[in-house]
Every structure is written in C-alpha cells, then in structure tokens.
Design a protein around this ligand. Structure first.
Ligand code: FES
Ligand code: FE2
Length: 344
C-alpha cells in the first residue's frame, strides 16, 4: 500500500505532562514508540519492541529501573540511548543489540518526535505554539483517538464553515458558514492561512460564557497551518467595531489560541490532540472547566463525523469524485502541500 503519511517530519507524540519516570507507549505513523523520562528529566523515545523476540517494552512485567528498561520476557536491558547493556546467560552483548531511538524535542509543553531519516531532523523546523506554556495564558487540553485517516481531520480543521452545522449550539452560529474566507498560501515557508472575519455575529455559548460578552460580537478566525502536524486557530472576540491598535496591541479583545496536533497513529487512525489557550480569566477554574468540557464535546462531534467518513471511504469503490467549492480552498491547498511532502 502506498503511504499518505509524510515521513521526514516532526510530529507531536504526547504532552510533556504525560511522560514521567514510567514506561509510556504510543504508536506514531505506524511505529510503536516507548517514552520515558530519565531521573535528570530528559524524555527518551525508542522502539517499543525488544530486539530479542520483539516483546513490547511498555508491557508488564517489563519495567524501568534506575534509568534502564528491563524487558519483561527474558531480561534484555537497555539504557536511555537505546543501547543494550545486558543479555541473560552470556557476558558479550551483541553489537547490534540496540533499539532504534528517535530524535526528540520538548517544546511549548509538547513532545515532538521525528519520524523518518534522523539525519534530516532539524529542531529549528518545529513549529511553535508558545502560548501553550506561557504564564500569560491559561490552557486546557486533551487528546481524542480518531478512527479515521489524518487527512480527514486536516480537511475538517481547514474548513470551519462546518461549525454552523456540526457544532450548532456550541461554537457554530449562522455567520460562520455565511461569511466568505480568504486563503493565502506561503509556499516558501510551507504555511496555509485561512481567515474569516465576522464583524457582527451572534456570540456562541463557548465565547459568551467564557468572556462574559453579551449580544453581538466581532469574531475573527485566523488559521495558520504549517503541514503536517500543527494547526493553530487564532480566535479574536471583541465588541463589534473594535479593532486592534495600529501598533498591533489589542487590549479590548479576548484572544483564544486553539491548537490541534494532527498526528497519524496508523494510515487509518489519528491522535487528535487539542488545546485551548486564553489570555483572559487567567487561572479561573470555572472558566477552564467550562472550556475544557465544551471543547471536548465539540471535538467528539468531529470524531463521530470523521469516524463515519472513514468507514464510508473504506467501503466505497475507487474513483469517487468529490465536489469542492470556495470554502474548500484552504483544505485543497493543504492537501497539495501534504502530497508534495509524501512524494516530492
Ligand atoms: S523478548 Fe525481550 S528479552 Fe526476549
Ligand atoms: Fe469541528
């Protein structure tokens, strides 16, 4: 089968808070990867398959002892660099007894791994989302497993007109679908931008309850997507007529940074990481709980729809012709970029 997943790329594998001094496994782009944090606080990423008889090292009775992983089947023991330091019944450790280890970076509260050729792993190419780890924002987050290919989530997030229909009563109002978008593609930087500025819109409960704004609002959605993994929606909520100041500051608006990490688990399943960072009601637990609960509900509405689409696509005959319209411009641009990443 030909893959649709770009290999030589950085992907979000986990939140930093998920990885502690215990064995943690997650499959990324078809590869089972073992994560753990050393006593010095460094996160390691190596193959979750013992080189001996491929027993999963995340599986009990495998265990982590003093920064070494002991396979629960016959006791092969590995250091934090993935090298085997002990095998049972002989002194000589075979030279090839080494787990594949993955380039890794912990940044903006996210754990990134590089899948593909490690020689191409350049940490400066990892996209940033500094608000996720900034004291000037309060963030809620989660991850939902998706039984659908990652490209369906890309389509979904690049076209927010679906909010009106799929998320009515949560984040959708009539103005989202009714307001045209502008799409820009920066080929050199590899970023798709999609913007929708609603200058006089109904305030959906998601923003009414969290900001306290009542009545009509100006609601701006500015999407920034550097494929494949990190999706950022800069959301600006303000009283109608209010605009940012000429110097770029914007003290009269509420800002919500909605971040998704779209990480393929396999060709047909996806890790749907989501985070909502706000620059208001900082540390307010009630607002945090409301946004977390509400956003998770919205994400699950997408999950249900995309899981259905995956089944539909898997069962249909080859050659189905989709019909695309203006709202799809961003999604189509993203698809082209992703295709070039898979087969340059
Ligand atoms: S499978 Fe791990 S030691 Fe045998
Ligand atoms: Fe959605």
């Amino acid at each position: 089968m030909t893959t649709t997943i770009p290999r030589d790329q950085w992907y979000v594998a986990a939140y930093g808070s998920e990885i502690g001094q215990k064995l943690f496994s997650r499959t990324i782009c078809g590869e089972p990867i073992l994560f753990w944090r050393t006593r010095a606080g460094e996160v390691t990423a190596m193959s979750d398959r013992c080189v001996h008889r491929r027993f999963p090292l995340s599986q009990a009775p495998s265990r982590l002892v003093d920064d070494q992983v002991i396979c629960g089947y016959h006791g092969f023991t590995y250091g934090s660099d993935g090298n085997c330091v002990f095998v049972p019944g002989q002194h000589r450790v075979p030279r090839t007894a080494r787990l594949r280890s993955y380039p890794l970076a912990e940044q903006d509260s996210l754990i990134w791994v590089f899948i593909g050729d490690p020689a191409k792993a350049d940490t400066s190419r990892i996209p940033r989302a500094p608000y996720l780890a900034s004291p000037d924002y309060t963030t809620v987050r989660g991850m939902e497993p998706l039984k659908a290919r990652y490209s369906l989530l890309v389509d979904n997030l690049l076209d927010l007109s679906h909010e009106t229909y799929l998320h009515g009563g949560y984040i959708g109002t009539p103005e989202v679908a009714a307001t045209p978008i502008t799409t820009e593609v920066d080929e050199d930087a590899g970023i798709v931008y999609v913007s929708r500025h609603m200058d006089d819109a109904e305030c959906p409960p998601f923003y009414a309850k969290s900001t306290g704004l009542r009545g009509r609002i100006a609601r701006w959605q500015d999407i920034e997507y550097p494929p494949p993994c990190l999706y950022k929606l800069h959301s600006r909520i303000a009283a109608p007529g209010s605009v940012p100041r000429p110097d770029g500051s914007d003290p009269d608006a509420f800002h919500v940074e909605v971040v998704y990490a779209i990480t393929p688990e396999t060709e047909h399943t996806t890790h749907d990481f989501w985070a909502v960072a706000r620059d208001f009601a900082l540390g307010d637990d009630e607002v945090s709980e409301f946004l977390a609960e509400n956003n998770r509900t919205v994400v699950l509405q997408d999950v249900v729809a995309l899981d259905v689409l995956e089944k539909v696509i898997a069962s249909e005959a080859e050659g189905y012709q989709e019909l695309s319209i203006n709202i799809d411009t961003g999604g189509l641009a993203a698809r082209r970029m992703l295709q070039r990443m898979v087969a340059p």
